[in-house]
Design a protein around this ligand. Structure first.
Ligand SMILES: [Zn+2]
Length: 590
């Protein structure tokens, strides 16, 4: 990964026109001081994606993404920070310096690069084996699974022969050490100390990042009695199973265009669905969807269609995946397949057109869950109806919108023949209980922003010079305990930079969540409140906190009996009166 000197990065940011970069893929219209367009990171019909040319940042009010020009390129092109800097530099004719010697953890970068290279070599070797004389049986099995040669090539499917040291020999010949190859997960160390190929006698399917670089493999057994049936690469510095969606590198454009993604379970489900021309598809590879995967998918679409065997839908991994998607704000529906079928067998036996229809006719998730639960309970008996409603309340509580919950309550009441009011009240209770836990969790992350903080944060991006001047007048004690303290401290540390470089430099240094918060506030800001007034308000809050603390201490001492503490109380009263005069002075604007 390239590591450029900071002055160069700041320079590129100043030279770059974020509007031009965004317009490479999004058409923007001028709206007052900013530009608006349809967000490229989620499906939408009315523009909520804002770009501020002067301040060099973007923000989407629909899905919450935001950041500077580099962040935009990183998200759009799925590249790292260094690569996005180089892209923007070249685009605006800023000469790119030789990459400086790696300063941060040089070993880790070199290691990642070596691991990527090993996977590249391995993918090519597996392809060779598939197409060579030893791959005849593998080719026959692919043909029997109706995976066309074109699909096999697009997916990069290969074959790992039964030999123990075929890939090992190739990797060593290419100059990799055995230790490196073991760390890549492609070779495995046995208890005897022998190091052998991990994948043997298997069809191997490369697992790629969104950019297309191979980072892992999945291997399917060739023989019926071979265990395990599926063998995957272990987690490595370049591969995290929970953050990877299989096939996204092939389907991301189609998903964005379609506004939805079909979620399937396995590689071969993916292969059949994709081959049948239903391109917006990704695979979770057998496990329940994870939160990072849901976030990843949310960047491309707001709707998800799940297709499962009806026997397993609503249970285990399938149910957890759906719950997670609903909680992440996806519109989820279920394409129910005939019993015992998965997308792979369904497409092969009934054809792509039938599958396309199943997707088009998919049932909204709530209806699906309700019908399943209704079928599982005896709704003619009062106990059955109660058990049914209780089960459904948990589902309803997860719905993020109150109106959706009420609508659901009405349908539930109808189904269970119970009064709507009763059901609505129960759902509300369940939702509140849930919200309380969510709110508590958020509070630990810093609490709510006060209006003065919000305006001051917006000003850091919108009028950095004034904001920095105001920040310089605040002490550490003023910031203490504020939800925005971390961001404000970072902004203050940037004071030596020219003010116009501050917004970008700050966004670059913040974590993703804080950066979003900041661009959101700046893009939403109405009439600006002068930063100096915000600073005054923050100091006033601090004085009031201190005053309350003093008063509490005075009360405590007085209650404990004045005798011994009289001197202490006098001192505190003295402090309090000084504080009051400072509050008065601040209030009168002195
Ligand atoms: Zn968006």
């Amino acid at each position: 990964m390239a590591l450029y000197p900071q002055p160069f990065i700041d320079d590129v940011r100043l030279q770059a026109d974020i509007v031009q970069i965004v317009q490479e893929t999004v058409s923007l219209k001028r709206a007052g001081a900013t530009y608006k367009g349809l967000c490229p990171f989620h499906g939408e019909k009315t523009p909520s994606f804002h770009v501020n040319r002067d301040r060099g940042f973007f923000h989407c009010f629909g899905c919450g993404v935001g950041g500077d020009v580099f962040k935009f390129v990183q998200l759009r092109d799925k590249v790292g920070f260094g690569e996005s800097v180089r892209y923007v530099a070249e685009r605006f004719g800023v000469p790119v310096p030789e990459v400086r010697d790696r300063q941060r953890d040089p070993g880790a970068d070199a290691e990642r690069e070596a691991l990527l290279k090993i996977h590249e070599v391995a993918a090519a070797w597996f392809r060779e084996q598939l197409n060579g004389p030893g791959g005849a049986e593998a080719r026959r099995q692919l043909a029997a699974r109706q995976v066309s040669p074109a699909t096999s090539e697009a997916l990069g499917v290969g074959f790992a022969p039964a030999s123990r040291e075929g890939l090992k020999a190739r990797l060593i010949k290419q100059g990799f050490s055995v230790a490196q190859a073991v760390r890549s997960g492609l070779l495995a160390e046995r208890e005897t100390g022998d190091v052998v190929d991990r994948f043997r006698n298997r069809l191997v399917i490369p697992i790629c990042r969104e950019s297309g670089s191979v980072v892992a493999f999945g291997g399917r057994a060739m023989l019926a009695d071979q265990q395990p049936k599926y063998l995957n690469s272990p987690e490595t510095p370049i591969y995290s199973k929970s953050r990877t969606l299989y096939g996204l590198h092939l389907s991301r454009q189609a998903i964005r265009r379609a506004g939805y993604a079909v979620l399937v379970e396995g590689y071969f489900d993916f292969a059949q669905v994709w081959q049948a021309g239903i391109e917006p598809v990704v695979a979770t590879c057998g496990t329940a969807l994870t939160e990072p995967q849901a976030h990843l998918l949310r960047r491309f679409a707001a709707r998800a269609v799940l297709s499962f065997d009806p026997d397993v839908a609503g249970q285990g991994a399938a149910s957890r995946s759906s719950d997670l998607l609903v909680a992440e704000g996806f519109q989820v529906s279920v394409a129910v397949l005939p019993q015992g079928e998965d997308p792979d067998t369904f497409v092969r036996t009934r054809g792509g057109e039938a599958y396309r229809e199943a997707v088009a006719g998919s049932t909204p998730w709530l209806d699906f869950v309700m019908e399943r639960a209704a079928a599982a309970h005896d709704l003619s008996a009062p106990e059955g109806r109660l058990a049914f409603v209780t089960a459904m309340l948990q589902v309803a509580a997860r719905l993020p919108e109150a109106t959706a919950r009420d609508q659901f309550a009405d349908r539930l009441a109808h189904r269970a023949r119970i009064s709507e009011d009763v059901v609505r009240a129960e759902i509300r209770k369940a939702a509140v209980a849930r919200k309380t836990t969510v709110a508590l969790r958020q509070q630990r992350g810093g609490g709510e922003l006060k209006p003065a903080e919000r305006h001051l944060l917006a000003a850091v991006l919108n009028s950095p010079e004034e904001a920095l001047r105001a920040l310089a007048g605040l002490d550490e004690a003023d910031l203490e305990g504020l939800a925005s303290a971390g961001i404000l401290r970072r902004a203050r540390d940037l004071a030596p930079l020219p003010p116009s470089a501050v917004p970008g430099a700050l966004l670059e240094r913040l974590n993703e969540e804080d950066a979003r918060r900041l661009t959101g506030l700046a893009a939403a800001a109405g009439a600006p409140v002068p930063p100096v007034e915000c600073a005054r308000a923050l100091r006033m809050l601090r004085y009031q906190r201190e005053r309350a603390d003093l008063q509490r201490e005075i009360d405590r001492l007085q209650q404990a009996g004045a005798g011994a503490a009289a001197g202490q109380i006098d001192a505190l009263l003295q402090q309090k009166s000084e504080l009051l005069s400072r509050i008065e002075a601040l209030g009168s604007g002195a």
